[in-house]
Design a protein around this ligand. Structure first.
Ligand code: ADP
Ligand code: MG
Length: 471
């Protein structure tokens, strides 16, 4: 490779380092060895196929853009891999036509010889950073009908780590509060037992550390294993990341067993319940089923408003109740988005000193919601409910009082009330001009049934779930 390009790549590394996390930089970018295969093509030699997958997914644009800025040239980027270790687990899907992968066999054999090193450097992990975000405490967590059960289980685990539900498995859609609740447990345990070794990481972080430890010369993962198996409370967030990665699952399985057998608490989160994690080894699913799995649903209107009010009070941001009501009414299926609107409006008023107008509020909500999530309307609720019960939307609007129509209608009314905070007269109007007392009766009835009858709760939660994935 020409001297010039070595210099360019060094400069590129400096620039890239500023843009990404230190562990990402060290694990994936810095280890790439570039060469110019012709004057327009840079070929990177990567330690494994997995490196290429990560680079391709997360850092390729940054690398290409940085090279472009430094050289004013649009290089074609290709990869070669040393192909070893974890790469066998990873299916590489290349998103771009210009990327190709070659394996260099001699490099692979050279590396594999290193794999049988004895365990050394038994570092104690006691003063390890827990990885917890100070914001994510129980005190900052609003409890509503969507998370009441999960919260109760979390409190119970926090008070009796390793003794009640092990593992505690928290699942639910994106942005509904899994990470926050899980970390709340970590904080609460630390408060009671400051000397316990608590460790929060994500499925992705766990994978990255494993890859890094295999790549470093201390193969056999001595320090990795040592670190993870000396933990008192292990929190792994978004465990679905391990799906399809056999080597990571294997390592995790052993970590899990070691901790579990010595009575250490394990808490996991995932977007799906254990049984729906396809491509996760059966033996892991069986382990997950030994404890308790709890779900978090989309928050209802009251909870959304309470979250916004709490945030306002905490951040001492002067924003009108009416604005919060507007946000809570329209942003329905994701708490991260709810907070996103709040933060954007706050930034707007702070930086411009302007008053919030309806237009600004609407366009902010729209800008946050455009990214794929749905706005729930009475129409959408009617469509989903009627489909659920195999009747027509017209039936809900009719005055038919037979049970197979009246019950779904009551559920749909109840959802209009609790999910999007419509008034009783508005609901009556949308349901073909019913009297508001009919609506009140329906909402009262379903509120009671939701609280007292588990099968009604399950049914309504299922409908809510399909509402938050439609739209
Ligand atoms: P998930 O892990 O399910 O994707 P997070 O835990 O990251 O969701 O939550 C997204 C955001 O919403 C975080 O900022 C979190 O603090 C906030 N949040 C979620 N649930 C609640 C709640 N019940 N009370 C207060 N804030 C919440
Ligand atoms: Mg999360």
């Amino acid at each position: 490779m020409s001297e010039d390009f070595i210099k360019i790549w060094e400069q590129a590394l400096e620039a890239i380092k500023e843009e990404i996390s230190p562990i990402g930089f060290k694990t994936y970018v810095e280890v790439m060895i570039p060469r110019l295969s012709d004057e327009n093509t840079v070929c990177f030699l990567a330690p494994s196929n997995y490196h290429i997958e990560v680079i391709n997914k997360k850092y390729l644009d940054l690398i290409a853009n940085t090279l472009m800025i430094l050289t004013n040239k649009n290089y074609i980027i290709t990869f070669e891999s040393k192909e070893m270790g974890v790469s066998e687990d990873v299916d590489i899907e290349l998103g771009r036509g210009e990327i190709e992968i070659k394996n260099t066999e001699d490099e692979a054999t050279k590396k594999v010889e290193n794999i049988t090193q004895p365990i050394a450097n038994q570092n104690p992990t006691s003063n390890m950073d827990s990885g917890l975000n100070p914001k994510y405490t129980f005190e900052n967590y609003i409890v509503g009908s969507n998370n009441r059960f999960a919260y109760a289980a979390a409190k119970n685990v926090a008070e009796n780590p390793g003794e009640v539900y092990n593992p505690l498995f928290i699942y639910g859609g994106v942005g509904l509060g899994k990470t926050h609740l899980m970390q709340g447990i970590g904080h609460a345990i630390l408060e009671q037992h400051p000397n316990l070794n608590i460790r929060y990481t994500t499925g992705e972080g766990f994978t990255n550390e494993l890859v890094a430890s295999i790549m470093s010369e201390k193969i056999e993962n001595a320090s990795f294993r040592n670190k993870y198996r000396n933990i008192d409370v292990l929190l792994i967030d978004d465990i679905q990341f391990l799906v399809g990665k056999a080597k990571c699952q294997e390592e995790f399985f052993h970590t899990f067993n070691t901790l579990f057998e010595s009575g250490k608490q394990i808490i996991l989160t995932s977007e799906k319940p254990p049984k729906d994690l396809n491509m996760l080894e059966e033996r892991l699913k069986t382990r997950f089923d030994m404890g308790l799995a709890v779900d978090i649903q989309a928050p209802d209107y009251e909870t959304r408003l309470a979250i916004l009010k709490k945030k306002r009070d905490k951040e001492r941001y002067m924003i009108d109740d009416s604005v919060l009501v507007k946000i809570a009414t329209q942003v329905t299926s994701n708490i991260r988005e709810l907070e996103g609107v709040f933060n954007k409006l706050k930034a707007y008023t702070t930086f411009t000193n302007n008053e919030l107008t309806d237009e600004i509020i609407d366009s902010t909500i729209e800008s946050v919601l455009v990214k794929g999530s749905n706005v729930i309307t009475s129409k959408l609720i009617m469509q989903v409910v009627s489909k659920f019960f195999n009747i027509k939307v017209g039936d809900l609007l009719s005055s038919n009082r037979s049970k197979n129509v009246a019950y779904p209608r009551q559920i749909a009314m109840y959802l209009c009330r609790t999910l999007i905070n419509m008034t009783f007269p508005q609901i009556g109007k949308d349901f073909g001009g019913k009297d508001h007392t009919t609506v009140i009766h329906a909402c009262d009835k379903l509120t009671k049934e939701y609280m007292s009858d588990p099968s009604t709760k399950e049914l309504i939660d299922d409908i809510k779930k399909s509402l938050s994935t439609k739209g």
